[in-house]
Ligand binder design. Structure first.
Ligand code: F3S
Length: 430
């Protein structure tokens, strides 16, 4: 038997020894080895109502995953909690693609249907449960303060930890599913009080509210996987966690997590733990990073441009990585409408796709803005733009985005929100 280091209860040892079935034994062994690697002292029960899985795509080459899922299903194991999953990779109806691209997608994601059937068997919450913003009200997988989670999607983990005050490590795919099946996770890192202390103080000294995605990028690239305590942001953002502020933090956090590896940030006078504990959350002698207008500009200018021809006319624009909230969809629609009017245009001049969860899209369709958006030629989809981009055919296309996560992992080029509005309503991008 595996020579474990952490403290296990007699029942956990039984599971590890395979006395509750061979497959559950292997799952326990993986989780215990994972915890031992990071110095976990014990396993703790997951307390969130739902789980969330990062692996949402049926890539044909992921054969070991499908075999593993079959083993779990054959052993009669179910996830102890129902779960949501990251966005689906394909939407031929709403995302432009040519014949060749569609053929490649069909081959690449040839296992999508089979994989979704496997997910259903082990505990998928619903057919609409495919989104990275599972924590939004419309989706309903919203952890409570102090909840222990087994999630892996980096943008959701950093949101749950920072904005909701839940506790979750930056797990990997599959490991998070094993945690949900066991109902337990190793106790280390961001699950502990000590691991949630900030070793960086970020001093925001900008003249106005920074672009969320650039501020997050600057912080992520500087602190990497450390915990930052952000001062000075509330003078621009206010100190009430309302929907607008939560959306800002959603986008900022996703950039900290993808341009660095941040799993938790605190914002003075705003996020729940910072409100409760204040500067007690900061370790002695923290590192300091000052962010002013010049620094934000430096960070933005440092992004490499991966387009073959940097003067190319964009072929596609993605807005909504992480997925948009209902309020953001309404706001974008209003702003695009106003800008089109100002430039005397009626439809967007660059094919544009806004992405959100199915639940948010369904809600949005009840608003007059949904018709406006359609009339302006903007498409709405539930996909993950990253999965659309990650193949040689789409990788060659000049795609623009306001997402720093999409920029980091693909050849898409980053533009601020206002640059995007101008480009799609007036034309041009440079
Ligand atoms: Fe979400 Fe996909 Fe972006 S999972 S954060 S839309 S890369």
């Amino acid at each position: 038997m595996y020579n474990y280091k952490m403290a296990l209860t007699p029942e956990e040892v039984e599971i590890l020894e395979g006395r509750h079935g061979e497959v559950l034994g292997k799952i326990m062994k993986t989780i215990v080895m994972y915890g031992d690697t990071f110095g976990a002292s014990k396993l703790v029960p997951i307390s969130s109502e739902y789980g969330h899985l990062v692996t949402s795509f049926g890539l044909s080459i992921m054969k070991p995953v499908y075999k593993l899922m079959d083993e779990i299903i054959d052993a009669g194991l179910l996830s102890k909690q129902k779960f949501t999953v990251d966005p689906r990779p394909l939407d031929f109806e709403n995302v432009p693609s040519n014949f060749l691209q569609r053929t490649v997608f069909k081959i690449m994601y040839g296992k999508q249907e089979d994989y979704e059937a496997q997910l259903k068997k082990i505990g998928l919450l619903s057919d609409n449960g495919f989104t990275c913003t599972c924590y939004l009200d419309e989706v309903g997988n919203t952890p409570k303060m102090g909840d222990i989670l087994s999630w892996a999607e980096s943008s959701a983990v950093v949101y749950a930890n920072s904005v909701l005050g839940a506790r979750c490590n930056r797990n990997s795919g599959i490991i998070e599913m094993f945690g949900s099946i066991l109902g337990k996770v190793p106790y280390f890192g961001l699950l502990t009080d000590e691991g949630r202390k900030a070793n960086w103080v970020i001093e925001v000294r900008t003249s106005h509210l920074p672009e969320a995605q650039i501020l997050g990028s600057a912080i992520g690239m500087k602190v990497m996987d450390d915990v930052p305590y952000i001062k000075g942001l509330t003078q621009h953002l206010g100190n009430e966690l309302n929907k607008h502020v939560k959306d800002y933090l959603k986008d900022m956090g996703a950039a900290t997590a993808s341009n660095g590896a941040v799993g938790l940030y605190h914002i003075e006078d705003l996020t729940p733990e910072a409100k409760e504990l204040g500067t007690k959350l900061i370790v002695d002698n923290p590192k300091i990073y000052v962010i002013d207008d010049k620094e934000l500009n430096r960070v933005k200018e440092s992004y490499p441009i991966m387009w073959k021809d940097i003067n190319a006319k964009p072929k596609l624009c993605f807005i909504g990585c992480p997925h948009l909230s209902l309020e953001q969809m309404i706001q974008w629609t209003k702003e695009i409408k106003e800008a089109l009017k100002a430039y005397n245009n009626h439809k967007v001049l660059i094919p544009t796709v806004m992405t959100a969860s199915v639940s948010v899209i369904e809600e949005f369709k009840k608003y007059p803005e949904a018709k406006d958006l359609l009339n302006m030629g903007v498409n709405i989809s539930y996909i993950c733009p990253l999965m659309y981009m990650n193949n040689p055919l789409c990788g060659k296309m000049p795609v623009m985005t306001n997402s720093n996560k999409l920029r980091t992992y693909t050849t898409a080029r980053y533009y601020t929100d206002s640059e995007i509005i101008e480009a799609i309503t007036k034309g041009g991008s440079n």
